[in-house]
Design a protein around this ligand. Structure first.
Ligand SMILES: Cc1ncc(COP(=O)(O)O)c(C=O)c1O
Length: 424
């Protein structure tokens, strides 16, 4: 395909007229497609219908009656399962309710209200707090930091993770930088997995703030699309080796393994951090839903079985991701107006259109009945400085709807680019 820059003005106008016709035809179809959030589809949910079959008795392996109060940090078999899956020790993990996001929110609230382990001065007592936000990233992370009045610093994402030179430089000089967000595996939305070097440097770097904390959101740690998955180094272990054992908290959940909203979430960190946070959580709750933990362990069995279960998710999702990539390739490649990643796992494809064209593209698609995540949502404060990034969430819609939505998107990407080029 010829790049736009080699077109004459007349050729560009001709192309725009052709596309406008195609766009108007889509508009006439009265489409109503929602591509805005990364949810599992019904077929994926069906995979876990047997979860509630295992109610023969509700006693855990050590005889705990899961119907009753007792045990704050999760039943033994749930801790063992998550510890094995995420390569941490059972005394480094806290198994909780359904949402890892609420654990992240909670940790931020604790840092603000009471202080983290060993650093009793709460962040709320400080004049200014800043957080590093690898971007594009997850809008709900940024919403948490914004709610607490934390200043967010955009860190560009590279092919091996966030710009680590920039991070090292910033944290070594500025004591008000108290932490960072990270989605280290099949990142939302870029699909990037952090390289070993980036993980090691995060664990080892000198930080001016002694309580610099990494919120390591491993939401997609099990969500491979292919049989040769990406590999992620264990940050908790690397922090221990580096002599910074309390630097990182890892989060994860079964939201996209079993059921969002009815899964089990966990938080892992050094034993010391977990013991400290346990004392704080003990004031907030007597315990989480142990029955759900028990049913999850009975259904998921062990780490090997979870990996098999995740392959079934991959079989459903792979054709959807590949369909999106095929359409983007067919319609946009070589034109010099868009770039996108080819993720090997996770829930998203990240599309970068010509600078200044993302909002226009998303609004054209909306007018044609196809809703995408708002342009800008993948950046702190909802502001993409380049107005370039669009997050595609291929998991939820049926394949035929997904294909139509991406065809429409491709038309809108090209139309918005032509509008820009012709206006220049
Ligand atoms: C990066 C990331 N973290 C966390 C979540 C939410 O996880 P949970 O359902 O465990 O709260 C999502 C959901 O899309 C996500 O993309």
């Amino acid at each position: 395909m010829q790049a736009f820059e080699n077109f004459t003005r007349d050729e560009l106008i001709k192309r725009k007229n052709e596309l406008t016709k195609e766009y108007e035809n889509y508009k006439k179809q009265g489409l109503k497609l929602d591509m805005s959030r990364g949810k599992p589809c019904s077929e994926q949910l069906e995979l876990s219908n047997d979860l509630f079959k295992y109610t023969q008795n509700l006693f855990s392996e050590d005889g705990t009656d899961c119907r009753n109060y007792g045990i704050l940090d999760g039943i033994t078999e749930a801790k063992r399962l998550f510890a094995e899956l995420f390569d941490v020790k059972t005394d480094e993990i806290f198994v909780a309710g359904n949402s890892s996001l609420s654990l992240m929110y909670d940790l931020m609230a604790k840092a603000f209200n009471h202080g983290l382990n060993g650093f009793e001065k709460p962040w709320s007592k400080l004049e200014k707090i800043k957080f590093l936000c690898p971007s594009p990233g997850y809008d709900r992370h940024f919403a948490i930091t914004q709610l607490f009045g934390v200043e967010m610093i955009v860190i560009p994402m590279k092919d091996d993770g966030p710009d680590i030179d920039m991070i090292e430089n910033l944290v070594s000089q500025d004591e008000t930088i108290k932490g960072m967000w990270a989605i280290p595996m099949y990142s939302n939305p870029t699909g990037i997995t952090y390289s070993d070097e980036v993980v090691r440097r995060l664990a080892n770097m000198k930080t001016k703030a002694p309580d610099f904390t990494i919120f390591w959101d491993n939401a997609y740690g099990l969500h491979h699309l292919y049989d040769t998955p990406d590999r992620l180094l264990n940050l908790i272990e690397e922090c221990r080796k580096a002599g910074n054992p309390n630097r990182a908290y890892m989060f994860g959940s079964t939201s996209k393994v079993t059921f969002p909203g009815a899964g089990v979430a966990f938080m892992a960190s050094s034993k010391e951090n977990i013991n400290h946070v346990k004392k704080q959580i003990a004031i907030q709750t007597i315990g989480y839903n142990k029955i759900n933990m028990l049913l999850h362990v009975r259904f998921l069995k062990d780490a090997a079985n979870v990996r098999e279960h995740m392959k079934k998710h991959a079989e459903i999702l792979r054709p959807k991701f590949e369909a999106v990539l095929e359409i983007l390739d067919k319609r946009l490649s070589g034109k010099g107006i868009a770039k996108w990643n080819k993720p090997r796992g996770g829930y998203f494809i990240s599309l970068n259109v010509l600078n200044g064209c993302a909002k226009r593209t998303v609004s054209l698609a909306k007018e044609a009945g196809v809703i995408f995540t708002n342009a800008g949502a993948t950046f702190p404060y909802g502001i993409d400085p380049q107005d370039s990034n669009i997050r595609i969430a291929p998991t939820y819609p049926p394949l035929s709807e997904l294909k139509t939505a991406i065809e429409v998107l491709a038309v809108c990407v090209e139309l918005a680019a032509l509008e820009k080029v012709l206006a220049e």
